[in-house]
Write a protein that binds this ligand. Structure first.
Ligand code: COS
Length: 387
């Protein structure tokens, strides 16, 4: 794998050390990463255990959990996702969802909630989910309909969430719900809900083109203690968006790992395959494609690590940088992988080949955590204001 981007000034020595030890670990565990158990729920638990034991999930927070500020090193998370997705979309997904299921607690949870939920997530023995999307509220978060009604020192949750990664295995859920009469974003709050609470039900598991554990969750007259509120009442939208600001750069990093793998596989393939008596690499049509692929990979890496560096090293909100990183890296990776499939020919569409896996695994990344179109809206709003 090309390591040249590690020379960029976005990184410190600890990042280069992390990348090299992760690479050695991933190579040693390639078998388990590339060929997980066929049952996605079992695979999720196995891989969470593997990543937890190796200490990689510990990077989802710094040792002094809690409080606003620079408690999460986004460059480390990006490097880990880039490496994991090279080998396995499902392993990458485990890291990402353990993150979405823990970062709201790390940044906005009380010490009690942190102590109750975070150690298990970092050890890979407990699993979180991020219950934001609803059937008619995916892109338009502020229209979500799940409610949380205060009743003494409890809240009562009612509603249905769908396309929730890790819902079938989750031991807790981060739930975004409407707590007050305030319309739109201001009426939302966030909670952590133990999955064993009466009134929580997994209503279905979903099959998607890049298989992982995913499903729908229903909350019916579900009573939770008031201390399970994250942040303050009415801060739910802010909690969701600031978590996504961190993770959107890392989605870009996962796309980068998929694209790098596609480029590496392509370089090997076109250097070996002969057509019309010449190596595929000798044709200018191949060279043009490979050059475009390389530029897409590097521009994706630049935007991903610019966003991660900005989050780690400045105090400001990075909605624009992370939207650009997510949008460009996922779209660029789709182009790179499509070119790889084209250059592999029949092998590229043969189930079980590496580029066929990459072709399926890249597609959801252009949708989840905000579609490409939503990222464009975020970028444009920063330039034009609300229109
Ligand atoms: N961090 C902190 N606060 C934020 C924020 C962020 N990144 N982004 C917005 N806010 C605040 C705004 O400042 C605003 O507060 P004030 O009213 O006090 O100024 C409030 O939140 C509402 O923001 P905005 O008006 O921009 O919200 P919109 O309803 O217009 O939504 C989009 C904006 C479309 C960008 C948002 O709904 C979004 O990101 N949607 C995609 C969600 C998604 O990723 N879904 C997939 C599910 S997760 S797998």
């Amino acid at each position: 794998m090309s390591e040249t981007h590690l020379e960029w000034p976005f990184f410190e020595t600890r990042h280069r050390e992390l990348a090299s030890s992760l690479d050695a670990w991933a190579r040693a565990h390639a078998d388990k990463l590339e060929r997980p158990e066929a049952n996605v729920d079992v695979a999720t638990r196995d891989l969470a255990g593997l990543l937890g034991q190796a200490g990689w999930l510990r990077h989802l927070a710094t040792s002094d959990w809690g409080g606003p500020g620079r408690t999460i090193d986004v460059r480390s998370l990006c490097l880990i996702r880039e490496r994991l997705s090279w080998y396995s979309g499902i392993a990458d997904c485990v890291l990402a969802i353990q993150g979405l299921g823990s970062v709201p607690i790390t940044l906005f949870g009380s010490r009690t909630l942190q102590q109750a939920f975070l150690p298990g997530v970092f050890a890979g023995t407990h699993y979180g989910s991020f219950c934001l999307s609803e059937e008619v509220a995916g892109s338009d978060v502020s229209s979500l309909a799940t409610t949380a009604r205060a009743d003494g020192n409890e809240y009562i949750l009612d509603g249905a969430k769908t396309w929730i990664s890790h819902a079938p295995v989750a031991t807790h859920h981060i739930v975004f719900a409407r707590t007050g009469p305030d319309a739109g974003a201001k009426g939302l709050s966030a909670f952590v809900v133990d999955a064993a609470t009466p009134g929580v039900r997994i209503s279905e598991s979903l099959d998607i083109i890049a298989p992982h554990s995913i499903g729908s969750v229903v909350f019916e007259d579900c009573r939770i203690p008031a201390h399970c509120l994250l942040g303050q009442v009415g801060e739910g939208f802010k909690i969701a968006m600031s978590t996504l600001d961190i993770f959107r750069s890392t989605v870009g990093a996962a796309a980068l790992g998929l694209a790098r793998r596609a480029l590496a596989e392509t370089v090997t393939r076109v250097g070996a395959r002969e057509v019309f008596g010449r190596k595929l690499a000798a044709f200018q049509a191949t060279q043009m494609r490979v050059a475009d692929m390389a530029v897409d990979v590097d521009t994706a890496a630049l935007l991903v690590y610019r966003a991660a560096w900005t989050k780690d090293c400045t105090e400001r909100r990075i909605s624009r940088e992370s939207a650009m990183a997510k949008m460009h890296a996922t779209e660029a990776a789709q182009r790179v992988i499509d070119s790889a499939v084209q250059l592999f020919g029949g092998l590229g569409v043969t189930v079980g080949s590496v580029v066929e896996r990459l072709y399926r695994e890249i597609r959801p990344l252009r949708i989840y955590e905000g579609t490409t179109e939503i990222q464009k809206i975020i970028i444009a709003t920063q330039l034009l204001g609300k229109t």
